[in-house]
Design a protein around this ligand. Structure first.
Ligand code: HPA
Length: 267
């Protein structure tokens, strides 16, 4: 961690206040950043390296809507073989660099049958279905408490702001509970029925570990899912990563204006 922070502080002179994690197919937002400093993950000491298609794998640091931001263009997934501690390492780095708020985005399958592929969903809560937790192991009290409260993991003020922004921009958004699964296999129809019964609205393979760590180190979190497909068994068609990427590209314009306006209005 010390190496990583030393390197980044030397490379980047601005102090980021907002962190952004851009999910599959949503990385284009990083191209809107002014005076960007782009640092591929494999050039950062101590950083894991991402492997999956559709993830560029770099930090982009600069100005967005007048705010100093640090963006992960591509994230690390548990299914790639990293421990949850490694998956969430960049959150700790952001905290060390002075970040106060985190916007996490992802592509997710719609469990809620009133959703349509292409919908944006503000995450109001999550279900950790990883069977693991990034905080397992010794706790460093300098980072956060042993037993963090998760009852307000998704910041109410930011949810309210996101809803207001959506209303102003006339972008229809849904709200709901994100279920985090390990992947990499998609769910079975039976698993989706179970997750619906448990209260899930959307399902994906990320975000939950990052939000747990963000909450542990006291960052304000806003989560946005792009519903890239209906989850298994809802439609009579197979699920593919290509469909996920195609849909996220389709909603690109709405996603970009939505997140940019939220960043502009955040304080
Ligand atoms: N399931 C799990 N992860 C996903 C899905 C899905 O249907 N779509 C995008 N990521």
């Amino acid at each position: 961690m010390n190496n990583t922070i030393k390197f980044l502080k030397k490379t980047v002179t601005v102090q980021p206040e907002i962190g952004l994690i851009l999910g599959s197919g949503l990385g284009v937002l990083a191209e809107e950043i002014e005076n960007p400093v782009k640092i591929p993950y494999d050039e950062i000491p101590g950083f894991p390296v991402s492997t999956v298609e559709g993830h560029a794998g770099q930090l982009v640091i600069g100005t967005l809507q007048g705010k100093q931001v640090i963006t992960m263009q591509g994230r690390f997934h548990y299914y790639e073989g990293y421990s949850l501690e490694r998956v969430t390492f960049p959150i700790r780095v952001m905290k060390e660099l002075g970040v106060k708020s985190l916007i996490v985005t992802n592509a997710a399958g719609g469990i809620n049958e009133t959703f349509t592929p292409g919908d944006l969903m503000i995450i109001t809560d999550h279900i950790n279905n990883f069977g693991d937790n990034p905080l397992i192991g010794p706790n460093d009290p300098a980072q956060g408490v042993r037993f963090p409260d998760m009852s307000t993991a998704y910041n109410k003020k930011l949810v309210k702001l996101a809803k207001e922004v959506a209303h102003t921009l006339e972008i229809p958004v849904k709200e709901g509970v994100y279920v985090g699964n390990t992947g990499p296999s998609y769910e079975t129809p039976a698993e989706i029925r179970m997750l619906r019964f448990f209260g899930g609205d959307a399902v994906g393979m990320s975000t939950v570990p990052e939000v747990i760590v963000a909450k542990h180190c006291d960052l304000e979190v806003l989560g946005i899912s792009c519903i890239s497909n209906m989850a298994a068994g809802i439609l009579d068609q197979p699920l593919t990563h290509e469909e996920v990427i195609e849909t996220t590209e389709m909603v690109r314009a709405n996603f970009l204006s939505f997140v940019k306006e939220i960043v502009k209005e955040m304080n």
